[in-house]
Design a protein. Structure first.
Length: 87
C-alpha cells in the first residue's frame, strides 16, 4: 500500500511497484506482531511504523531499510542498523 501511494506521489507507473513486489516476500502481521508493536516506545512512533519494526524484530533481520526519519529513529532505538537506499 505504501509503495503504491509513494509511486502515485512521484508520478511513477504502478507496474513498477508491482514488479518490485513480485521480487520480495510480503509478511502479514499476526496477533503477536501487534502486541510487540504496542510495546515499542517512541513519542513520535506511528502505528504502521511500529508494525514494521515489530515484524523486523520477530524476523530477526540484519538491517532496517527506510527513508522515513521518524521510523529510522525508532528502528535504531530498537537496535537495528538503519539503511537508507540510494534513489
Amino acid at each position: 500500500t505504501e509503495l503504491y501511494q509513494l509511486a502515485a506521489r512521484m508520478h511513477l507507473p504502478r507496474r513498477h511497484v508491482s514488479g518490485a513486489l513480485n521480487e520480495i516476500s510480503l509478511i502479514c502481521p499476526n496477533v503477536d506482531t501487534f502486541k510487540v508493536a504496542g510495546r515499542l516506545l517512541g513519542e513520535n512512533l506511528r502505528s504502521l511504523d511500529a508494525l514494521h519494526i515489530a515484524a523486523a524484530i520477530e524476523l530477526e533481520v540484519d538491517g532496517f531499510v527506510t527513508y522515513d526519519l521518524r521510523q529510522a529513529d525508532a528502528a535504531q532505538e530498537a537496535g537495528f542498523e538503519v539503511i537508507e537506499p540510494k534513489p
